[in-house]
Design a protein around this ligand. Structure first.
Ligand SMILES: Cc1ncc(C[n+]2csc(CCOP(=O)(O)OP(=O)(O)O)c2C)c(N)n1
Ligand SMILES: [Mg+2]
Length: 1058
């Protein structure tokens, strides 16, 4: 196993060259202690504790002592007596008597003196023997060294090729193994064989003695080696809680902690038999199919089952798991007990009976409720579906776990927990692991402890750890959150089970993360058709000569007399028979069902629902007024709750708007949330700085200016029986946090879960979640999500990185066919939504935002909503809506047609410009200033995808003589153009329009100059749409304000050109 190559350089400097007490009381040959008058003269070299500020202190003590020896502590009394009596420098010190009562595990040093090899005894007034102190301190240092660094030399690698593994030695340590531990753990110690039988007091920080308070050195070393350097290596000394460190020591140090009863041993063997039997069966039946088998780490299955057994025993009822490819089928079969025939049908290449495009078998999720036979309790197990993208599922699992805890009122995580499985290379390599770990202790994101299990086969595809990580262990990332890390040799099943028990207990006790690193190997190539000898020839020679763990453990139990060879065979045969039966059953199946693999069933949500009926999104005015007023009011106890003066102004202007029946963006959002909360829908808004809002417009959480942590959230106090409102500033992570919210959103369909990108530009840090989960999740895993992504977007001269949420990317991934215009019908809108993979919108009015957010819940199904949100429009005086646009009877307008003068005389309109979002306000200003309000009509797409063909078609038809143009502020290869252009083409197919004849000289054509029209100089031509906007570019926006303004001017000029 690869560990730090610096292993052998580590040493404990203290005492390395000299004894501790000698160092403390170092005596230079020439120095002398002389005491004069009222000043204590002492060489600081001779008495190093008498330096700097301490010497002033000593001086005061000395003066007090001179006037009254009883006025100082007894130790000072002894020191001054000895010093004034002419004791040699360094010899005046006498240890203070211990006034504190001894702990259970402690005893006075004097009690050990008779056993200390004939050293002089300690009696009052006599200087303590230095060697006794030194030796005890050394023993303590040894114990601490084992606790801190024992793992570096533990025998963790079943292949024994670890650089840090111990080398056998017969030297001084009385037959104990551990040359390496001498080098690493005890190299500062100068005991010899004669010291081995001396008895030493054990400090309170060790539990190796159990009830014994002192042990012979030989026994101490033996027990430490057993606890820390055998098949378990523990990293925990970085944890900054003495209670937690002691908790671990108590469970890992006493002798024989890993001992199992015969029944437990039989259970391990049975589980191991199934684990190995499953892989063997698949290998036999489908020898050339990729399944990413577990061979070499078969112990993973008994390990997971042990964690689940123990956690259920401790009260957990629901476990949500995330895992990569390796051993996944085995986990589904033997941990979740997914019916085997369902698993086997995945190998048969059958077609699916239900919708969706599906996924490969080693990515699919599952959900199962069953009785845990060991604890006799019901348990729910879910394995989340995941993409190939390693570790991407981690935050998703956490979000789902958190959501389940929240909806069950399990505020401490006692009932619901998560288990994350990892590969060694991925755990060390993928940054999202770190991002997920960092959520583990945040109030709005914690799942109260995750058990991480690493199936550490010491290789990642073809790369060995020396080239895949710079850290000593693949698990080092977990150190940042103070998680204890248990490395364990996968070929010692009982050690693995012990570690699993301790990890489960740790999680139940402290509700913090913990890591189990099962060090194992990969018997085959990366997958079953890969040749590992190309790249790891030596490792694989070792592997060929290593017996499977089942074989070794069975032999061990037979030798111990726990089972007979016949029993072993019998258990194995029985499992093969179970597999054969399931195999035959699978052969009868003609179809597979994707929904058999759903990880988050929404029982009751779809039942009895008209799949095409959308509930109204308008609300009664009274509700708007109530929410508006609450949202605009300071905290109810305003007299004591002092908020910032600027906020008082903001609240006042909000209140004025409400009184004028008007809303801006922030009010629209609050009213959408508030009205949903009133209807019992939980709303959760998460992201960087969302509580205030990046642009200081939201202010959902008001802070007391004088009292720390005193806050007020109006939306959480709208109605006494409302649903809870969660608004939470996240860690500075996009990948982790968006993944988390996706997981949250798939748990309960009756919740609106929103994630806001600080600026839309940053969403690409979470690209994997967007691509792998949000845009394609339903198609692959029949799992719906109504998550909303709020993406500040817009070209406002803020440079390349604060302008674009990359609208084009979302549109490019929209699954509606650009060449197909769905037939018109009354339920056109909802049908389109039903069939699409997500909704992409760029709203221009607060009312649009209000309705589209509410529509997320009004739909009879769930679809992700990607919405571009504004920045300057947050305060734009024209970007306001009236209560009239949100009242009962109103709904989301996918398209807002021209409603000004141009709409009154459509046939005379020369240009119909389509646009979306913010640029509309620039366009109307320009049109107004140029007096073109009768000539140019503007039509806004509030929803871009799915494309509102029906409404656009009607608009285009209304302005039959107008030239059509798409206006956008983004560059031509960005924004909506590449999405809308082919859809307009489809829509305008076969439509013709009359326009002045083109033609003229070839030179005129070349330079685009049309000849002046004459009487019948018109022609009927196919109707098309042209582009009006910025030219193509590599970067989303210029960094120069001047260039920005020039570009904007040019696109607006072009827009107004007739
Ligand atoms: C993000 C990502 N990058 C690359 C890959 C390709 N890949 C699949 S498995 C694998 C090796 C994984 O090694 P490890 O995590 O140790 O798991 P093991 O296969 O050894 O169980 C790689 C690189 C991937 N699936 N995901
Ligand atoms: Mg690996």
């Amino acid at each position: 196993m690869h560990r730090a190559r610096v292993v052998f350089n580590i040493s404990n400097k203290v005492g390395n060259t000299e004894r501790f007490a000698s160092w403390l009381l170092n005596k230079p040959q020439t120095a002398a202690v002389t005491v004069k008058a009222n000043r204590l003269k002492s060489s600081t070299a001779a008495e190093p504790f008498l330096n700097g500020s301490s010497s002033a202190y000593v001086e005061t003590m000395y003066n007090s002592w001179l006037s009254d020896p009883n006025s100082v502590h007894a130790s000072w009394d002894a020191f001054f007596r000895n010093a004034t009596a002419g004791a040699a420098p360094g010899a005046a010190y006498t240890s203070p008597p211990n006034l504190a009562p001894y702990n259970k595990n402690e005893m006075p040093l004097s009690a050990l003196v008779p056993a200390s090899g004939g050293m002089p005894s300690i009696s009052a007034g006599s200087p303590i023997n230095e060697k006794i102190i030194d030796d005890h301190l050394a023993v303590q240092a040894i114990i601490r060294s084992y606790q801190s660094r024992g793992h570096l030399v533990a025998r963790l690698d079943p292949l024994g090729i670890s650089t840090g593994d111990p080398v056998e030695s017969t030297e001084w340590h009385g037959g104990l193994r551990g040359f390496a531990s001498e080098a690493v753990v005890r190299q500062h110690v100068r005991f010899d064989e004669a010291d081995m039988d001396r008895v030493f007091k054990l400090p309170s920080t060790t539990f190796i003695g159990e009830k014994e308070k002192a042990l012979p050195l030989r026994e101490i070393l033996y027990r430490l080696e057993q606890a820390y350097c055998n098949n378990i290596g523990i990293e925990f000394m970085f944890i900054n809680s003495l209670e937690q460190c002691n908790w671990i020591r108590q469970r890992m140090e006493p002798p024989d902690v890993t001992k199992m009863s015969n029944d437990q041993k039989r259970l391990i063997l049975a589980r191991l038999t199934r684990s190995a039997g499953f892989e063997n069966f698949l290998a036999k039946k489908w020898s050339s199919e990729k399944r990413f088998g577990l061979e070499g780490c078969e112990i993973l299955i008994p390990a997971m089952k042990q964690v689940i057994d123990m956690s259920t025993k401790l009260g957990v009822e629901s476990i949500i798991m995330g895992m990569p490819h390796r051993g996944r089928l085995n986990v589904l079969a033997n941990v979740c007990r997914k019916p085997l025939h369902q698993l086997f049908t995945q190998f048969a290449g059958l077609e699916a009976e239900d919708d969706g495009s599906g996924d490969v078998k080693y990515h699919l999720g599952t959900y199962i409720e069953r009785l845990n036979r060991v604890t006799n309790k019901n348990i729910r197990l879910a394995v989340c579906a995941n993409p190939s993208h390693l570790e991407a599922v981690d935050p998703v699992v956490q979000g789902k776990t958190r959501a389940e805890q929240f909806y069950r009122g399990d505020n401490e995580g006692k009932k619901v927990m998560s288990i994350l499985l990892h590969g060694d290379a991925a755990f060390a390599g993928q940054g999202v692991v770190f991002e997920t770990m960092h959520l583990s202790d945040l109030p709005a994101y914690t799942t109260h402890g995750t058990i991480h299990i690493v199936a550490n086969n010491q290789i990642g595809f073809t790369t060995d750890p020396r080239h895949s990580r710079s850290s000593a262990y693949c698990t080092d990332v977990a150190r940042v959150v103070n998680a204890p890390i248990f490395h364990v040799n996968g070929d010692n099943p009982e050690a693995v089970m012990h570690v699993c028990n301790v990890a489960a207990e740790w999680r139940a006790t402290f509700h913090k993360d913990v890591v189990i690193d099962i060090v194992s190997y990969r018997r085959n190539g990366h997958n079953e058709v890969d040749e590992p000898m190309f790249t790891q020839p030596l490792m694989y020679q070792k592997i060929r000569n290593t017996k499977p763990v089942l074989e070794k453990y069975a032999a061990q139990l037979i030798a111990e007399g726990v089972v007979t060879a016949e029993e072993v065979k019998d258990v194995s045969d029985k499992y093969v028979k179970i597999c054969e039966d399931a195999y035959n059953q699978a052969k009868q199946e003609t179809h597979i069902k994707y929904k058999d693999w759903l990880d988050s069933p929404w029982s009751g949500f779809f039942e009895g629902k008209d799949p095409l009926k959308v509930s109204p999104t308008g609300v009664v005015e009274e509700t708007l007024v109530h929410i508006g007023k609450r949202f605009s009011a300071p905290p109810p106890n305003a007299a004591e709750f002092e908020i910032h003066k600027g906020l008082l102004r903001i609240l006042k202007s909000r209140m004025e708007m409400v009184e004028n029946r008007t809303i801006d963006w922030a009010l629209a959002e609050a009213m959408a949330f508030g009205s949903l909360l009133k209807e019992g829908i939980h709303v959760r808004l998460s992201g960087e700085d969302v509580e205030r809002g990046t642009f200081s417009h939201r202010h959902h959480v008001l802070h007391h200016q004088k009292v720390d942590k005193a806050t007020y959230c109006a939306l959480a106090h709208l109605y006494p029986d409302q649903a809870p409102y969660t608004v939470c500033n996240s860690s500075l992570s996009e990948y982790g946090v968006l993944g988390f919210e996706v997981g949250y959103s798939v748990t309960n369909p009756n919740a609106l879960v929103l994630w806001e990108a600080q600026f839309g530009d940053f969403n690409n840090v979470a690209q994997c979640i967007i691509d792998q989960f949000i845009s394609s999740g339903q198609a692959k895993w029949v799992r719906q999500s109504g998550i909303v992504l709020l993406q500040p977007h817009g070209m406002e001269g803020m440079g390349p990185e604060h302008s674009s949420a990359r609208l084009e990317r979302f549109l490019q991934m929209s699954s509606d066919d650009p060449d197909y215009m769905p037939p018109e019908s009354n339920d056109y809108e909802v049908r389109q939504l039903h069939d699409c993979n997500w909704i992409v919108a760029n709203c221009s009015t607060p009312a649009s935002l209000f309705h589209i957010l509410r529509r997320q819940i009004a739909l009879p199904f769930r679809k992700p909503l990607i919405i571009m949100t504004p920045k300057s429009l947050l305060r734009h005086p024209e970007c306001r809506s009236s209560f009239d646009d949100m009242r009962e009877g109103t709904s989301f307008r996918r398209v807002i047609p021209e409603e000004g003068p141009a709409s009154k005389n459509a046939s005379g309109v020369k240009k119909l410009a389509f646009c979306t979002g913010r640029v509309y306000y620039d366009m109307i200003k320009e049109r107004r200033e140029k007096g073109l309000e009768n000539d140019i009509a503007i039509c806004r797409l509030e929803q871009i995808s799915p494309f509102p063909y029906d409404l656009i078609k009607a608009e285009a038809a209304k302005y039959s003589n107008a030239q059509l143009v798409w206006s956008q502020e983004e560059h031509k290869n960005m924004g909506s153009w590449t999405y809308v252009e082919p859809r307009f083409r489809t829509l305008l197919q076969n439509q013709r329009t009359i326009r002045p004849k083109s033609g003229g000289s070839w030179l005129g054509q070349l330079f685009g100059r049309a000849p002046p029209p004459t009487g019948d100089d018109t022609e009927t031509v196919p109707r098309t749409i042209s582009y009006n906007g910025r030219a193509t570019a590599a970067s989303p926006a210029t960094g120069s304000k001047a260039a920005h303004n020039k570009e904007l001017k040019s696109l607006l000029n072009e827009f107004c050109a007739l």
